[in-house]
Ligand binder design. Structure first.
Ligand SMILES: *[C@@H]1O[C@H](CO)[C@@H](O)[C@H](O)[C@H]1NC(C)=O
Ligand SMILES: *[C@@H]1O[C@H](CO)[C@@H](O)[C@H](O)[C@H]1NC(C)=O
Ligand SMILES: *[C@@H]1O[C@H](CO)[C@@H](O)[C@H](O)[C@H]1NC(C)=O
Ligand SMILES: *[C@@H]1O[C@H](CO)[C@@H](O)[C@H](O)[C@H]1NC(C)=O
Ligand SMILES: *[C@@H]1O[C@H](CO)[C@@H](O)[C@H](O)[C@H]1NC(C)=O
Length: 435
């Protein structure tokens, strides 16, 4: 072979190779997007996913502190041809950190079972019910922020008993989880596509659509410009698990932040401050974030302090208190509240103050007041009931207070970055996307 023939041969080989490569793999995705809707009756935020060989479409409630995906759906059951049970002694079972093995004859119905199946408890975060069942995998079809479809092969989940769905919004079939586990949605996407384990959550207010973006992407304008003023605070861990198996030494999969004080119209509330730190031996105390709670709940003594100060500050601007409407402890005559421009009713601001200068989550009327009737608006915070099944967290930030804030959970750096209310800039979660 002459040298020129050789180089032509090599050249064509090169062209062939790069051509077939291009044909085989789509460009590496940077991030994935999941639209979020709200069911206003039950205040649940959900997204839709496509799973299995037949791309069965399911609506699933988003649990930012959940462990893994679980659902039940007849449509999926009857077409589960790519469903694969996870064997007990497999690497996948190790990643799932399952709590046991289950024999086929004792399983509630699953599309297919095997004699030694990796099993775990799926938690319904509304009813508190747990369903023990085998774990399996199937292909999850996901969309990149550029709109391309990708397959996440062998995505782990539990096919649950239908009764576990009780308490979920009627249009949903299960729960998808973003907790600190290795089988949560963002952990699986990050490991399969080698993207940063990070997600940006923007839950919508009533009648609008928000987005969840997993990965490291540039946002669209004006959100990218606003992101320069995002505030950062460490995500901390509670040494006690609070996902059913509350054993000392187990790390919780729930996201905690270190709130140091609470202010109403700049005035710091006074209550026993040790409630704000996590008791290392019991796991009690601290502040966590939960999308599956409608409103922020506070330990009784913090709640009392908040209501007192808020009622006083509201009274000083002419807002009249009226009889409370459960579950709220402070309600007001809506006619005595002026409406604000972007950020809802004009009421005293509530600040969650964290460590460091100006690390403040400021809550305005749009996120602190809820209209319960034509003439009555209530402070959208509730008293936390003690948790009999595990540690009691002093502040549980709920979905209503997260609406139209962009919350960026970066698990690689263990930081939460959050935006000011997007409403301040005349935008909202409905306008949040990738550039
Ligand atoms: C998958 O969908 C196709 C087209 O809708 C249908 O013909 C087929 O029966 C489905 N497969 C199963 C196993 O349900
Ligand atoms: C929201 O969920 C509730 C409770 O399941 C249901 O009654 C209602 O119809 C749902 N709303 C919508 C719009 O799907
Ligand atoms: C944590 O929980 C798992 C079960 O999920 C258990 O096997 C393990 O022993 C626990 N770790 C500690 C330190 O208690
Ligand atoms: C709270 O403090 C900020 C500046 O730190 C000020 O702009 C704002 O007016 C104060 N609010 C009230 C109600 O005093
Ligand atoms: C404050 O709360 C902690 C934890 O609940 C408790 O141990 C302590 O005694 C309380 N201090 C006061 C002064 O009430």
């Amino acid at each position: 072979m002459s040298s020129s023939t050789l180089s032509i041969f090599l050249f064509s080989l090169l062209v062939l190779c790069s051509f077939s490569n291009a044909k085989r793999s789509s460009p590496k995705p940077k991030g994935f997007i999941f639209p979020i809707k709200k069911n206003e009756t039950v205040n649940q935020y959900y997204t839709s996913i496509q799973i299995g060989a037949n791309s069965t479409k399911l609506n699933v409630v988003i649990d930012v502190s959940g462990n893994f995906l679980w659902f039940s759906s007849d449509d999926y059951f009857s077409s589960a041809s790519s469903y694969i049970p996870i064997p007990c002694d497999s690497k996948e079972c190790g990643i799932a950190d399952g709590s046991g093995c289950i024999l086929c004859e004792f399983l509630p119905p699953v599309p297919k079972c095997i004699t030694n199946m990796c099993a775990d408890y799926a938690l319904n975060p509304y009813s508190g019910t747990q369903g023990y069942n085998g774990l399996s995998t199937d292909v999850l079809h996901v969309y990149s922020t550029r709109g391309q479809r990708y397959n996440l092969r062998r995505f782990p989940f539990q096919y649950s008993d239908t009764v576990l769905r009780q308490g979920l919004a009627s249009s949903t079939q299960g729960v998808i989880s973003l907790g600190r586990t290795r089988i949560s949605l963002q952990a699986q996407l990050a490991s399969a596509f080698k993207i940063r384990e990070k997600f940006a959550l923007c839950v919508p207010s009533s009648g609008r659509i928000g987005n969840l973006i997993i990965g490291n992407v540039a946002y669209n304008e004006p959100v990218e410009a606003i992101s320069k003023s995002f505030i950062s605070t460490p995500l901390i861990r509670n040494p006690m698990s609070n996902n059913g198996d509350h054993v000392v030494g187990n790390l919780s999969i729930t996201y905690f932040i270190d709130v140091k004080s609470i202010r109403v119209n700049n005035k710091t509330l006074s209550f026993n401050n040790s409630l704000l730190s996590i008791d290392e031996s019991t796991g009690n105390g601290g502040t966590c974030l939960r999308t599956v709670r409608s409103y922020t709940s506070l330990h009784r003594s913090i709640y009392k302090a908040l209501v007192n100060e808020f009622v006083n500050a509201a009274a000083s601007q002419g807002t009249k208190r009226v009889a409370s409407v459960a579950p709220f402890g402070a309600c007001f005559d809506a006619k005595t509240i002026a409406s604000g421009k972007n950020i809802g009713p004009r009421v005293p601001t509530i600040d969650l103050v964290m460590n460091g200068k100006n690390v403040v989550w400021r809550i305005y009327g749009s996120n602190s007041m809820v209209r319960v009737s034509q003439n009555v608006m209530c402070l959208a915070f509730v008293e936390e009931l003690p948790n009999i099944a595990g540690p009691t967290t002093s502040i549980v930030v709920g979905g209503y207070q997260m609406e139209n804030y962009l919350l960026e959970f970066d698990l690689t750096s263990s930081k939460l970055r959050f935006s000011p209310s997007l409403l301040l800039s005349g935008t909202s979660c409905s306008q949040f996307g990738a550039s």
